[in-house]
Design a protein around this ligand. Structure first.
Ligand SMILES: [Zn+2]
Ligand SMILES: [Zn+2]
Length: 167
């Protein structure tokens, strides 16, 4: 069987920032996955139809500027730390309160609409589709989950299959 055609994404570092430009970031390590989340938290957070989450290792994210922080409870009984621009309010990334044993494994979820090349990115899967906005179409042939997936391994594998990031 021929290998699945991969879409080539821009070479690292990837850059992005908030709406006013006061907060900028660079990602120097290959992201792990990109998915769309249709949960009501993401809808309220974005004031839009869904959230785009790009998982990256925290150690590979370099921030210029100081974000403000807000923390909320999650359904799993943990905390979600949410970071945003204190000037314009754009949400830039989230971090769960569960610290991995090895801090090098710590993950941030970048709100991917903040990337300078967001137009090139198609989410590899969709979660919380049971609360999706009525007008949002979910493409066929991608992993979808009615609620929170039991784990994110499938979405990480789908990202690796879909995308090539040149070294
Ligand atoms: Zn800003
Ligand atoms: Zn969500």
């Amino acid at each position: 069987m021929p290998a699945e055609e991969k879409t080539e994404l821009p070479i690292l570092p990837w850059r992005g920032g908030c709406q006013c430009g006061a907060l900028r970031y660079e990602i120097t390590g290959k992201p792990l996955t990109l998915y769309a989340c249709h949960c009501t938290e993401c809808q309220h957070q974005s004031a839009s139809a869904y959230g785009l989450s790009l998982w990256v290792r925290e150690a590979t994210v370099h921030l210029a500027g100081k974000p403000a922080q807000w923390t909320r409870d999650t359904d799993s009984g943990h905390l979600m730390h949410c970071f945003f621009c204190p000037d314009c309010g754009s949400r830039l990334y989230h971090k769960g309160s569960e610290e991995p044993a090895d801090p090098r494994q710590a993950i941030l979820s970048i709100k991917a609409g903040s990337l300078d090349h967001a137009r090139l990115l198609t989410p590899v899967g969709h979660i919380w589709t049971r609360s999706k906005a009525a007008g949002t179409l979910i493409p066929e042939g991608k992993p979808t989950f009615e609620a929170e997936p039991e784990n994110y391994n499938g979405l990480v594998a789908a990202f690796a299959r879909a995308y090539e990031i040149p070294d």
